[in-house]
Design a protein around this ligand. Structure first.
Ligand SMILES: Cc1cc2nc3c(=O)[nH]c(=O)nc-3n(C[C@H](O)[C@H](O)[C@H](O)COP(=O)(O)OP(=O)(O)OC[C@H]3O[C@@H](n4cnc5c(N)ncnc54)[C@H](O)[C@@H]3O)c2cc1C
Length: 511
């Protein structure tokens, strides 16, 4: 069918009318790509690619199913540890290819997990196994549900199509910035886990991998705290970057790991209306315009440190998202409708491993933990209990506590001086970046601008080494480290793709 590319549609124009001019015989059409060009505020427009059809109803988007491995009696079994995007997509791929597998997950299904999260936000009690990061869907389930990724992989399209299969709107297949929001991602994940369960891949909740038994270059078995034993031919380790206890077990077992750079900082929040006006100008209320976001970067020449905005959540909420009691961590999320009056985004500084934790992965984890503990202690010292520490940008620049404006954070905020949380060199780079961002987007340091502490879990400081081709640990060849915690992904889609990559690698051992 004819495909038309780069169709420019101004806000008051209609794509359908434009397509009808290009293809007078058109009965229906399907959008293949849609992006917003907001570089010139007086020429705001969408760019489309679309396919037209003579029939009045366009055919559905196609779902590819992988070819099944030929049934054999000796098919190897796999235990997937962790039901985040990496673990669930690894299990889905194995299931679709016809290989037996099961998933073990330390947390709970979404609904009981929500009760535990509520206890965290309302009473300050963090459940070490069931929280914003742990449970059905992993950190992905309470994420912002942005599905964009910069990685290139043949499996990316499969992941997006499966998201639609399990409940995401079709638009994620063509939007430049696909987003399903926290409310929809939970439903999608729930449908995916139900599908796995009902088709022969059991998911064991409340099941923490506690003991790892290593023998002769292989992982022999995993034992839970209540003595249940999980034994299989292969293991996918997809435990995410918040499971610090897992890293200790890997270090103790001699599993090769290496250090990665981190990016840490604060979560900035502004009124959404200000972001909309800053990005779109006078037409910001036009119904064809999505809520606006921003992407800012700066290289601080004096310290030679990069600073950038990360994981922006327009119309979103700032959340306390620690998986450990006594450690303060924040993140952001929004629902599909971007309904909150605030826009938040991580503003993070690159923390170079060679400078700050050259001693190795343990030192990287300690650096992270120390910052998070110090931030929580500041909350307690200020008389806070459940609140997230916050500071107006202006007060941060002037090194004073001041008072805090309103925030979207469901557990509330408390005024704290965040200026001495990080080593001075990182704070200096961060400060100059704020000034640079304020030049690029006047008002970035405005009266209503708030910083929340701390954005410390943008990525894993540890990579679990794996063989480039086989994707297994070079020392324990039936162990397949995967996803964000293993240092091979940074986000929902890339973690899901990495899960599929290791699952496919397990399939390849059969040929
Ligand atoms: C609030 C928030 C918002 C986010 N927003 C976005 C976004 O909009 N877009 C985006 O791309 N990314 C976002 N992220 C990041 C994204 O969620 C992660 O990158 C992604 O979930 C990583 O997937 P994963 O499968 O590698 O690990 P995880 O999702 O972390 O899953 C790991 C799982 O392993 C389980 N586990 C850990 N230890 C054990 C054990 N010992 N035994 C059994 N199970 C164990 C955990 O309980 C968890 O369920 C967000 C994260 C948060 C917290």
């Amino acid at each position: 069918m004819p495909i038309f590319e780069n169709i420019k549609v101004l806000l008051d124009e209609s794509l359908e009318k434009k397509l009808r001019k290009l293809d007078p015989a058109m009965g229906s059409f399907r959008i293949l790509k849609k992006s917003l060009d907001a570089r010139r505020k007086d020429r705001l427009h969408h760019l489309y690619s679309a396919e037209t059809f003579p029939d009045p109803v366009a055919p559905p988007y196609i779902f590819e199913t992988p070819t099944r491995v030929q049934a054999r009696k000796d098919l190897p079994t796999t235990t997937v540890v962790g039901a985040g995007p990496a673990g669930l997509f690894a299990a889905l791929w194995l299931l679709e290819r016809g290989l037996p597998c099961q998933v073990i997950e330390r947390g709970k299904p979404v609904l009981p997990r929500m009760k535990d999260i509520s206890k965290h936000w309302r009473h300050g009690q963090v459940n070490a196994d069931s929280n914003v990061c742990f449970g059905e869907g992993g950190a992905g389930a309470f994420s912002d549900g942005k599905l964009i990724t910069r990685i290139k992989s043949p499996f990316k399209q499969f992941v997006m199509e499966q998201m639609v299969r399990f409940g995401a709107p079709d638009e994620i297949l063509y939007l430049a910035n696909p987003h399903v929001g926290s409310n929809k991602i939970r439903t999608i994940i729930n449908n995916l886990t139900k599908h796995l369960h009902e088709n022969g891949c059991p998911i064991h909740f409340d099941t923490r991998a506690e003991e790892f038994h290593w023998s002769e270059g292989r992982l022999e078995k995993i034992v839970t705290p209540d003595g249940r034993v999980f034994k299989s031919d292969n293991y996918v380790l997809a435990t995410g970057h918040s499971a610090h206890d897992i890293y200790d077990k890997l270090f103790a077992g001699g599993v090769p790991c290496e250090t990665l750079n981190m990016a840490m900082g604060f979560r900035a929040e502004h009124p959404q209306v200000w972001v909309n006006e800053a990005q779109y100008g006078s037409r910001w209320e036009h119904p064809e315009l999505p809520v606006a976001n921003y992407k800012l970067t700066c290289h601080d020449d004096r310290t030679n440190i990069g600073v950038y905005s990360f994981c922006m959540c327009p119309g979103g909420y700032v959340l306390a998202s620690s998986a450990q009691q006594g450690r303060m961590v924040v993140n952001g999320m929004s629902n599909y409708n971007h309904g909150s009056a605030y826009a938040n985004s991580g503003i993070v500084v690159t923390v170079h491993k060679d400078k700050w934790f050259a001693a190795g992965p343990e030192a990287g984890l300690k650096f992270q933990a120390d910052i998070e503990r110090k931030t929580q202690e500041k909350v307690w010292a200020a008389g806070g209990t459940i609140q997230v520490p916050a500071q107006r940008v202006e007060d941060f620049l002037n090194d004073r506590v001041g008072s805090v404006a309103k925030s979207s954070c469901p557990s509330g905020v408390i005024a704290v001086n965040l200026r001495d949380i990080y080593p001075p060199e990182l704070t200096e780079a961060f400060t100059r970046a704020l000034q640079d961002f304020n030049r690029k987007m006047p008002g970035f340091m405005g009266n209503d601008a708030l910083l929340h502490g701390v954005e410390s879990r943008t990525s894993s400081p540890v990579r679990v080494v794996r063989d480039d081709e086989k994707l297994c640990s070079p020392k324990f060849t039936n162990l397949y480290p995967s996803g964000e915690g293993a240092g091979f992904a940074g986000g929902i889609t890339s973690a899901a793709v990495d899960g599929i990559r290791v699952a496919e690698s397990i399939c390849k051992t059969l040929t």
